[in-house]
Design a binder for this molecule. Structure first.
Ligand SMILES: [Cu+2]
Length: 193
């Protein structure tokens, strides 16, 4: 009888292993709307607490067809952003209001400049040759962030299951926030009124 109980105990211990293994990272999908309409270029992120800081590859924000592309670039703090001029005319890139302040000067087609975004916050980008050019670099302190596409959809990949505070930014509205329980199949709906 004692032996049988021991065997049952071993079997339960074996079961426990796959239960822990199901806590693998998951992808969190979501939809951003403003007044009920899908909204592009919103940045959504999950607060990470003391997440480990990995080295991030350089991000790229181009000047092309008299626009910044992408118009909104989200990066993790510490990321170097390349600003190549992929257009047919000279451009300048500067940020003077919030976030990182810099002025890359006027530079020609085919050349690039770099800026390291160390601190969290939003930098507004302008070009002093083309007043209609506007862009944003949104710096977050988490590995879990994404930018909504033209259909308002976003995907935050490789999230450890758990409960998180989420935040969402867009250029013309207040920051939104809430709580989300992240598990397989979870969906985050970010809706500005
Ligand atoms: Cu320009």
């Amino acid at each position: 009888m004692v032996a049988r109980i021991f065997v049952v105990g071993l079997a339960l211990a074996a079961l426990a292993v796959p239960l822990i293994a199901t806590e693998a990272a998951v992808d969190l999908s979501g939809l951003v709307t403003v007044s009920g309409r899908a909204a592009a270029n919103a940045v959504v992120w999950l607060d990470a607490g003391a997440a480990s800081v990995a080295r991030t590859p350089n991000a790229v924000l181009r000047q092309r067809s008299l626009k910044f592309a992408p118009q909104v670039l989200a990066v993790r703090a510490g990321t170097v952003v390349d600003f190549p001029n992929d257009d047919r005319v000279f451009h300048n890139v500067f940020s003077f209001r919030d976030g990182k302040r810099f002025d890359l000067g006027v530079y020609p087609v085919g050349s690039t400049r770099q800026v390291t975004f160390t601190n969290t916050g939003v930098s507004r980008l302008f070009c002093n040759i083309h007043p209609n050019m506007a862009g944003y670099v949104v710096v977050v302190d988490t590995p879990w962030f994404a930018t909504s596409d033209a259909e308002g959809r976003f995907h935050i990949v490789d999230v450890e299951p758990g409960t998180y505070t989420w935040q969402a930014w867009r250029a013309t509205g207040p920051v939104a926030s809430g709580s989300i329980s992240v598990r397989a199949g979870a969906v985050l709906e970010v809706a500005w009124p």
